[in-house]
Design a protein around this ligand. Structure first.
Ligand code: ADP
Ligand code: MG
Length: 413
């Protein structure tokens, strides 16, 4: 009941009293009536006052409760923001309808090295040009916006979404992902595709050139013809080597690639490789020493045979005189394989590079040996997948030694 009800009732009661007074014209009755009315007035006033105070107290309590709920919701939203930002591992920044930064998470601050920016207007992002431009555009136009930016050698994907409440623009949420790895992989992939095309083009052009020469010169001497055909066979088999190595690489690059691990006698693998390659070494007049301890090691035998073949093949290819030594021994719980040669050696600055795809110290020599330039990168990859490591020591013109260490009983996942 509101206060004005009290006034209406009072007016009504007094009007009735007045009507009585005029009608009866009796002063005693009138005084009596006045007293009754005055008593009523006091009681009614107090009653209505009480009701009014009660009502306003209730209203106050209701408003307080509402305020409490709003505060609670705000705290909850802030807590949710923090928990969410931890789960998604991305930079998060919230800007309110007054252009002020309302929330920011640790990841965002780490990405851009910012501190205490909550409460500042988003102009504070001006030093991060790509970010500021995107946020400003999205904010002014109240739209979604997505872009990528580079900042201090890192690449970021920036995703801005408007925050709407009852269709009203209440600011925006900026989500930042570090996509450096993705970008690096993309650049690497592009470079790799370019390298592959280049690698395939060389033998293909040679084959094309030779076949044109052969068909345009029917009167070529038998000896010349034989030479050309031999070159063509050599280039074709190089093409075949490159393609089969590329196939190995693409298989190993797959995320679901798995080794077929078996308990394998390493000595048997080395013996098989030697059986295949010994004639090649003997042809070059190289001395061969093999001393490999028998041991059962958990490896993928097919992949590991290829590793040993590739290492010994390299030793033969890059050694003109002297020896090739293959050792296998158990050392501190690991199986160690060493392939040493007295060949051309590798300069220290090339130690890391020779394990990169298509890198060769001497292009011509590698091509002449029919190599794909992929051998060592495959070796390194296979060793890594076996939780092992490969090391190179070498001195130019004296020789090289490739050493592989393999855990004998790797911990199973
Ligand atoms: N035993 C070695 N002695 C000297 N250089 C080597 C030896 N093994 C590899 N290299 C160098 O490393 C490069 C990369 O080797 P690899 O990946 O097997 O490719 P490829 O042998 O097909 O050229 C070779 O081109 C060569 O320059
Ligand atoms: Mg090789």
């Amino acid at each position: 009941m509101k206060m004005y009800n009290h006034y209406v009732t009072t007016l009504l009661v007094y009007s009735v009293g007045l009507v009585f007074l005029i009608y009866f014209q009796d002063p005693i009755f009138s005084v009596f009536l006045m007293m009754v009315l005055a008593t009523y007035q006091i009681i009614a006033y107090n009653y209505f006052k009480l009701t009014y105070i009660e009502t306003s107290e209730k209203e106050k309590a209701r408003l307080l409760y509402k305020l409490e709920q709003t505060e609670k919701a705000t705290v909850e939203a802030a807590t949710q923001f923090v928990s969410l930002s931890k789960i998604i591992d991305s930079g998060l920044l919230m800007i309110d309808e007054d252009e002020k930064i309302k929330q920011v998470n640790e990841t965002f601050e780490a990405y851009f090295d910012t501190h205490d920016i909550v409460g500042e207007t988003y102009d504070i992002l001006i030093p991060f040009r790509g970010l500021y431009k995107a946020v400003n555009e999205a904010y002014i136009q109240e739209i979604k916006h997505r872009t990528q930016m580079q900042y201090k050698n890192k690449y970021y994907d920036i995703n801005i979404s408007p925050i709407l409440e009852d269709k009203l623009y209440k600011g925006c949420l900026v989500v930042v992902h570090d996509i450096t790895q993705l970008k690096t992989a993309e650049t690497f992939q592009k470079q790799f595709t370019a390298d592959v095309s280049h690698e395939l083009k060389t033998p293909l052009s040679a084959i094309k050139g030779i076949s044109e020469l052969l068909s345009n010169n029917p009167n070529m001497s038998e000896e010349e013809r034989k030479d050309f055909i031999q070159s063509m066979v050599r280039e074709s088999s190089r093409l075949e080597t490159i393609l089969s190595d590329l196939l190995i690489i693409s298989k190993m690059d797959r995320l679901d690639y798995e080794l077929k691990i078996e308990e394998t006698n390493i000595k048997v693998l080395v013996d098989e490789a030697m059986h295949l390659l010994e004639p090649l070494a003997k042809n070059k007049g190289l001395n061969i020493e093999v001393s490999v301890a028998e041991a059962m090691v958990s490896v993928d035998p097919t992949k590991f045979r290829q590793v040993i073949i590739n290492l010994i093949k390299n030793a033969i290819n890059y050694t003109d005189k002297g020896y090739i030594k293959v050792r296998g021994l158990i050392e501190n719980g690991s199986y160690v394989i060493e392939v040493e040669d007295s060949g051309i050696g590798i300069a220290k600055e090339d130690f890391d590079k020779v394990f990169k795809r298509f890198y060769r110290v001497d292009e011509a020599r590698s091509r002449a040996s029919g190599g794909s330039g992929l051998g060592l990168s495959i070796i390194k990859n296979v060793v890594k997948k076996h939780d092992g490591k490969i090391e190179l020591t070498s001195t130019l013109k004296k020789g090289s030694c490739f050493r592989i260490e393999l855990p004998i009983n790797p911990e199973k996942d």
